[in-house]
Write a protein that binds this ligand. Structure first.
Ligand code: PEP
Ligand code: MG
Length: 324
């Protein structure tokens, strides 16, 4: 499939009306790294770090993590890599960490909540990231931030770790960006001050959608029930775009929908300019973007909303058919 899109691999993604879309990829395994070149990805928008923790029966050593993160940064070269700190809990349980039975794990002790309660693990991972960066730029993202203070505490932990590393004589990152994933509706309504403070925001669409519609992403009975192109969800996305625009906070989208061409097109039409997706999706998404005029898509979406439609999908699909 990559072959089919080889001719546009190095082509920057610019829509017919001149919007530049940043196409980055999701990764989590060393085996994903060659895709950085094969897919035409402009960077790694989401590096999921939990796999290195999940595939073992004991906590990985800091030195092992340093080696792995170094390999990721070496492979990326000049391209930016967004490392997401450990996102465990919910569906991802570490076999060697005391497991508490939770009635609703998806709403439970997970991601940054675990990190803030188990500072040792968070610090160890931050140290490994700083050491792996070894003087290069470093980008760290905290998952599942539900309110501003969680992000502030985590960022304070980053600052403390940087200080400690400096004292220990390690080379510090050339630049440091610290961002948050917006995966719970609450964060979209945080005080504007939060948007001013945060380094960047990435919408974790998989979780955000599950909480927006109250529909478990793991449950076959409901997981496909609600459309990402539902007007309520798109309005919500638009609101996040607007809030980030006020503070000029860089915004990306890194859920599975970023890799679905029609969804990606609508997200771009709502104003999202960085999409992070699985490498194999870059070709198909880019191909559609290159052919499309986002202002027109925006108009189709606005008209469908105006008519009171539940999802803009039928209107967008009709429009796409007239385009080919
Ligand atoms: C998401 O929730 O959209 C996301 C990118 O994170 P994960 O799928 O790993 O929960
Ligand atoms: Mg998530």
């Amino acid at each position: 499939a990559q072959e089919r899109y080889a001719s546009i691999r190095e082509t920057p993604t610019v829509t017919q009306d001149g919007a530049r879309i940043n196409m980055v990829m999701n990764a989590g395994l060393m085996a994903d790294l060659p895709s950085l070149n094969n897919s035409g990805a402009e960077g790694v928008g989401l590096f999921r770090t939990e796999l290195q923790f999940l595939i073992r029966n004991q906590m990985p050593k800091r030195s092992e993590l340093v080696t792995q993160y170094k390999r990721v940064l070496d492979a990326a070269g000049e391209k930016r890599v967004v490392f997401r700190t450990l996102d465990i809990g919910s569906d991802k349980v570490l076999p060697y960490m005391k497991h508490v039975e939770e009635p609703n794990p998806a709403l439970g002790w997970r991601a940054i909540r675990v990190g803030l309660d188990k500072r040792g693990v968070m610090r160890m991972q931050l140290q490994a990231l700083i050491r792996a960066a070894d003087g290069r730029p470093l980008t760290v993202m905290f998952p599942f931030v539900a309110q501003a203070d969680e992000f502030r505490e985590a960022r304070w932990e980053v600052k403390k770790t940087i200080e400690r590393e400096r004292r220990l004589g390690h080379v510090l990152p050339e630049t440091l960006e610290v961002g948050a994933m917006l995966e719970t509706p609450s964060l979209a309504f945080a005080p504007q001050k939060f948007f001013d403070e945060v380094g960047f925001i990435s919408i974790g669409g998989n979780d955000l959608k599950q909480f927006f519609f109250a529909a478990d992403r793991e449950n076959e009975l409901v997981r496909r029930r609600y459309d990402t192109l539902n007007v309520s969800f798109l309005s919500f996305i638009e609101r996040i775009v607007e809030r980030c625009a006020i503070s000029e906070t860089p915004l990306s989208f890194c859920g599975e929908d970023a890799g679905r061409p029609v969804e990606a097109l609508c997200l771009a039409a709502m104003g999202i300019r960085t999409l992070s997706m699985r490498p194999a999706s870059i070709g198909p998404v880019k191909s559609l973007m290159l052919r499309s005029n986002l202002q027109e898509v925006r108009k189709i979406i606005a008209d469908a909303r105006h008519r009171g439609e539940q999802s803009v999908r039928p209107a967008v699909m009709d429009w796409l058919r007239t385009q080919s």
